[in-house]
Design a protein. Structure first.
Length: 200
């Protein structure tokens, strides 16, 4: 049985193109694996708090030594990490906003990157501790950026997931969604077909 962690981050919620494509991918997976289980973390509906100094210090404090405020500050992060640890496959719906990921997705990243829990530093450099988990990233953009220097979105997400040990990471892009109805329709259809192939 495969357990999927679905992360959505669109400001438009379930109506966002990235959310819809990710949901389609999950449906395709269910067609090949009826016993599939899914945990859905909607970051737009339940946004993580932005990381601040007090929370970062709480992360660095051993759990047994945290006071009540520190336990409250680490609670969201602890839940998000537990969801990652329980997953076999991580599906991230990540629209491009202003050349980067949505701020809620960046905050999620800040909360799940915890030294000694999801990664560690060694004498040979950082080592991800979430190995054995695949990832699929559904990336939607108003313009066309894939393969160009303006695409800072894809390498950032790929580097972050690799830093935690996730892999392989597959990207599916739907681009040009603000460049006319015909182009948007074609791009969404192509992305859907690619997701169907990945699920097969």
């Amino acid at each position: 049985m495969t357990h999927v962690l679905l992360i959505t981050s669109s400001l438009n919620g379930t109506d966002g193109h990235s959310s819809r494509l990710a949901a389609r991918y999950i449906d395709e997976l269910r067609g090949t694996e009826p016993d599939l289980t899914v945990t859905h973390r909607d970051l737009a509906a339940d946004p993580p708090p932005h990381l601040d100094g007090a929370t970062f210090r709480a992360f660095a404090t051993p759990a047994a030594e945290r006071d009540a405020d520190q336990r409250e500050r680490t609670a969201w992060s602890d839940r998000a990490i537990a969801e990652l640890q329980a997953a076999d496959l991580v599906v991230i719906a990540a629209p491009m906003y202003n050349f980067g990921v949505p701020s809620v997705l960046k905050s999620w990243m800040d909360h799940v990157a915890r030294a000694g829990i999801t990664f560690r530093y060694t004498e040979n450099g950082p080592e991800g501790l979430l190995t054995g988990r695949r990832a699929v990233v559904v990336s939607t953009r108003g313009g066309r950026y894939a393969g160009t220097p303006a695409d800072s979105h894809t390498p950032f997400v790929e580097t972050f997931l690799g830093f935690l040990g996730l892999g392989p990471v597959e990207f599916v892009h739907a681009e040009g969604l603000a460049m006319g109805e015909d182009r948007a329709r074609s791009s969404l259809e192509q992305a859907g077909d690619e997701l169907a192939r990945l699920a097969a």
